[in-house]
Design a protein around this ligand. Structure first.
Ligand code: SAM
Length: 345
């Protein structure tokens, strides 16, 4: 690739000159290195090359751009971490608005500041970096996190599928990894459907559905009072007044919505399958259920299907399995899956 190399102080003049000659290659970036600026140029004519050189710039050939901006934080870190440390580094991070959550491998804790700064440099919209300080645990499915670098902020403003969600990342469960599932299910909902979202968190399933189907009625039940509080904020933020937020335990709250739902969403993989009584109670004569669960990598749907069939037999209703998909790999032996099925009373 050919570049016209100019001293930074002459760059404006050279740029005007190159533009007049119509030789700037707009498909490539202008590079900066030390006190030089490099303009990518398309020159096939030796006479033009001479003219440009006369204007006070040299034409240089660069195989590798002089200061190509690293496209990801690993590339930036290559200069700061050893080879063994680079191998330890986990590639991705979770993103909640402008907050990144990293998983620091043991042994690299002392370098977490360096890692965090590299992440912020490579992704200018990230303003805060937090580190995981424990697993997701407890009924509320939250995790401990510690502040690493940037602005000391724990309140995320996260955009997903055209909706905004505000929440404290330490106090509630939220994961952008379900964005596709939320789109998938939202697209299945028809106008005026009555939807129940059990385990609603800060409201992503409920709000995305309610926004897409303004005539539908969505009930969203959440036990964590912080999750409920942020769900109220998010309903306002997204102007979705067709969501009825409920603070409480699905096991009792469902009694207020007997026979309510055309569609029931059960997004709590750890224990959704212990709420089949509640799903039956909430269902209308016919209802579609989306149940999330952890399943072995082999024969993913066998266990959950057999639980549902047994429950149906014991309670005198019919089921029709519609489809199943793997939401994400979870561990070497388990995956998170979703099964869609119909309850027919
Ligand atoms: C895995 S999170 C899913 C949150 C949300 N649906 C989402 O996709 O972001 C499960 C949620 O269920 C809530 N939860 C747990 N047990 C519950 C119960 N018995 N009744 C209502 N909510 C419950 C937790 O507080 C948590 O917010």
């Amino acid at each position: 690739m050919l570049y016209a190399k100019s001293l930074s102080r002459d760059a404006e003049r050279i740029k005007r000159y190159l533009s007049r000659m119509d030789v700037i290659d707009n498909h490539n970036d202008v590079l900066h290195s030390g006190s030089y600026v490099y303009f990518p140029v398309n020159i096939s004519d030796a006479r033009i090359k001479k003219l440009i050189e006369k204007s006070g710039t040299g034409i240089v050939k660069l195989d590798r751009p002089a200061n190509r901006k690293p496209s990801n934080y690993q590339e930036l870190l290559k200069e700061k971490l050893g080879v063994a440390e680079m191998k330890e580094l986990t590639v991705g991070f979770d993103l909640f608005g402008s907050i990144a959550l990293i998983d620091v491998p043991s042994g690299l804790e002392k370098k977490e500041g360096i890692i965090a700064h590299a992440i912020m440099m490579a992704n200018p919209r990230i303003k805060t970096v937090l580190a995981k300080a424990g697993p997701i645990s407890g009924v509320f499915r939250t995790r401990k996190m510690r502040f690493v670098a940037g602005e000391k902020n724990f309140i995320a403003l996260h955009k997903e599928n055209g909706c905004m969600f505000r929440f404290d990342v330490r106090k509630v469960f939220f994961s952008g990894r379900f964005a596709f599932e939320r789109t998938r299910i939202t697209q299945l909902v028809s106008p005026r459907e009555r939807v129940m979202v059990m385990f609603a968190g800060v409201g992503p399933f409920a709000i995305e559905i309610a926004k897409a189907q303004k005539k539908s009625k969505v009930v969203a039940i959440e036990l964590n009072r912080y999750g409920y509080k942020y769900m109220l904020d998010n309903i306002k933020l997204n102007k979705t007044d067709n969501v009825t937020p409920v603070l409480g335990d699905v096991r009792t709250a469902v009694n207020h919505f007997k026979g309510f739902a055309d569609r029931i969403i059960m997004p709590m993989p750890k224990s959704s399958d212990t709420f089949l009584d509640e799903a039956l109670l909430a269902a209308r004569k016919k209802a579609i259920v989306h149940i999330y669960t952890f399943a072995p990598v082999e024969n993913q749907f066998e266990r959950i299907k057999s639980e549902i069939v047994q429950h149906a037999k014991a309670n005198g209703y019919k089921v029709r399995f519609i489809s199943g998909r793997v939401v994400r790999p979870y561990s070497a032996k388990e995956a998170e899956v979703v099964l869609d099925y119909a309850i027919i009373k």
